[in-house]
Design a protein around this ligand. Structure first.
Ligand code: ZN
Ligand code: ZN
Ligand code: ZN
Ligand code: ZN
Length: 144
């Protein structure tokens, strides 16, 4: 990975991440998968799966949330396979599917909420069934 970084130095132009008040402007070596900004070695990191994420606050929050979300989805799946609600302590049969994580939850753990959805390339708000976890994390993901 280090060799790759050296070889590709500067191929993305200049770093667009702010260092203090101004954009850094250093030689960018990667491009953020979330905001599509090019960034230098000091202003981002390459994840274990090779995903390039810049150091801006929103993007770091997204990366951390995604790691938690994958763990959550795994836990939900295990419970759903036993035909149980995706919330560990619950143990009730499920009643509906979450639009975001695709997990199944009981009536108490899933709700109709106004949420931004993307369908056929269009973004609009409409009521959808979501679990609590996805409702809370929307604040991170709905930020540009
Ligand atoms: Zn970014
Ligand atoms: Zn930089
Ligand atoms: Zn969910
Ligand atoms: Zn439940």
């Amino acid at each position: 990975m280090a060799a790759y970084l050296r070889m590709s130095r500067g191929r993305y132009g200049s770093c667009q991440v702010k260092g203090g008040l101004f954009k850094c402007g250093g030689a960018a070596t990667a491009m953020c998968v979330y905001c599509a900004r090019p960034f230098c070695e000091r202003h981002g990191a390459i994840g274990p799966e090779g995903e390039e994420v810049c150091a801006s606050k929103n993007c770091v929050a997204k990366r951390e949330d995604l790691a938690l979300h994958l763990v959550y989805k795994q836990d939900v799946l295990v419970l759903n396979r036993q035909r149980l609600c995706g919330i560990e302590v619950c143990g009730v049969d499920f009643a509906g599917q979450c639009t975001r994580c695709k997990g199944y939850f009981c009536r108490g753990h899933i709700e109709m909420r106004e949420m931004a959805v993307i369908e056929e390339g269009m973004r609009f708000e409409r009521p959808v069934l979501v679990c609590r976890h996805c409702w809370v994390r929307r604040q991170i993901w709905d930020r540009a």
